[in-house]
Design a binder for this molecule. Structure first.
Ligand code: COA
Length: 389
């Protein structure tokens, strides 16, 4: 029997600032219950002018390197859909900030919010080939929609770093996976825009189709029965989406959809995304972190993960917590990443939302705002300059 493979460590980082939905509601005259109850969001992480996907990714991964060292890491896969360069992988800057060995392959992956799951599966493939290696998988994203558009309330930002290895300390990633791809324009961002375009209703429908499609394939591939799962972590563009998705899955399987059953399967998976907002590729893994940080012992009990990336590609698979996993969680650090954020009022948020980096190739310093370990200190000759604190 081959050694189990999966997530050995998981750490996340989010931004310097946070906008409470009460401030957004007061600005646009929306009943705040629409945000708190209707879409299930309380607040959203907002990056400082000197934060980006690289600084968040490095901040998420640094504690993993401190704990495990980097000598076994030979691959870094950074998944994002808020890429900062069309050629160079954001992971190369992260590799440099973390001081990783030069004998490393580094690559960036994209397929909307699904990318990190592809990265995780590719990591498992690499480790199957050489079980002595570790792969560092990082999901880092800033979700940004036009101000005063329906998507604005579902913005957010975070990075999740996962060390993938044999005999994982946290959770085994099991075979099989249920897969689903459909060519649909529910959400996209052309290269000339820095805010995403979304057809909200279409994205909900496409997501639910993908839940059904992945589950059908998962069962055909011989996966667990529905009742064997202890909980379900869904990609959460807004946390209410997880509730819609799970109700859909239960209906599809002709099960009861009573409120209590759904709450039990989901409630603990939404508490980080509810206050961070949509972190795209990181979202489903923030759901996993929230669940593991709060649930009673889940050792040996499969957790269903549903990863969805608009466009669309989706995957359903199981992660099973390994004996002793609770000793390896980063619960306090995760909570601190959320509580350390400074609340913004609406005008301060809008100023950051409208802030763009100069494109003239000159030498520009970014204002010092973040108190995090890494910052984007400026731009020179079209090159981003980073600094470690
Ligand atoms: N109290 C409680 N609930 C309220 C409410 C109130 N005062 N006002 C509205 N609601 C509910 C609505 O009934 C609706 O719930 P339902 O979906 O269960 O019916 C929910 O709040 C949202 O209302 P809606 O009118 O649909 O809001 P919207 O037009 O602003 O759109 C989204 C909401 C989520 C579609 C929009 O924010 C969006 O497009 N977000 C981006 C989604 C995305 O990124 N998708 C791609 C990745 S999957």
């Amino acid at each position: 029997m081959p050694d189990p493979l999966g997530i050995h460590d998981l750490s996340f980082a989010t931004t310097e600032y946070v906008l409470p939905h009460t401030a957004l509601a007061a600005h646009n005259g929306t009943d705040v219950a629409k945000y708190h109850i209707g879409i299930g969001q309380e607040s959203m992480s907002v990056p400082a002018a000197d934060e980006d996907i690289v600084t968040m990714a490095a901040a998420a991964a640094a504690p993993i390197i401190t704990r495990h060292g980097s000598s076994q890491i030979r691959t870094v896969v950074l998944a994002t859909e808020s890429s900062i360069d069309q050629a160079k992988s954001a992971g190369v800057w992260v590799h440099s900030l973390l001081g990783l060995p030069s004998a490393t392959r580094v690559v960036e992956l994209k397929q909307a919010c699904y990318g990190a799951t592809a990265a995780l599966q590719f990591a498992i493939g690499l480790i199957r080939r050489d079980p002595t290696q570790h792969v560092l998988v990082i999901a880092s994203d800033i979700s940004k929609y036009d101000a005063d558009s329906p998507g604005e309330a579902t913005q957010g930002a975070a990075a999740v770093a996962m060390l993938v290895s044999t005999n994982p300390a946290l959770a085994t990633i099991e075979d099989p996976s249920g897969l689903f791809t459909a060519d649909v324009m529910d959400f996209w961002r052309p290269n000339y825009r820095d805010t995403a375009l979304v057809d909200g209703q279409e994205s909900i429908n496409a997501y639910l189709q993908a839940v059904e499609g992945t589950w059908k394939d998962y069962t055909e591939q011989g996966g667990h029965k529905l009742d064997e799962f202890a909980a379900f972590c869904y990609h959460q563009p807004f946390t209410k989406m997880a509730y819609k998705a799970h109700r859909h899955l239960l209906n599809y399987n002709e099960r009861d959809t009573d409120k209590h059953t759904i709450e039990q399967a989901l409630a603990q998976t939404t508490t980080y995304n509810n206050v961070v907002g949509n972190s795209y590729t990181a979202s489903v893994y923030l759901a996993l972190a929230a669940l593991l940080d709060q649930a009673d012992d889940l050792t040996g009990r499969p957790i269903g993960l549903f990863s969805y990336g608009s466009g669309s590609v989706a995957e359903f698979f199981a992660a099973t917590p390994t004996p002793g996993y609770r000793h390896h969680l980063r619960t306090q650090a995760n909570r601190d990443a959320i509580t350390r954020r400074t609340p913004l009022d609406y005008p301060a948020y809008l100023a950051l939302h409208e802030h763009t980096l100069p494109t003239d190739g000159g030498n520009h310093h970014t204002p010092t705002q973040t108190t995090g370990p890494y910052r984007l200190s400026g731009l020179n000759n079209h090159k981003r300059i980073y600094e470690t604190r």
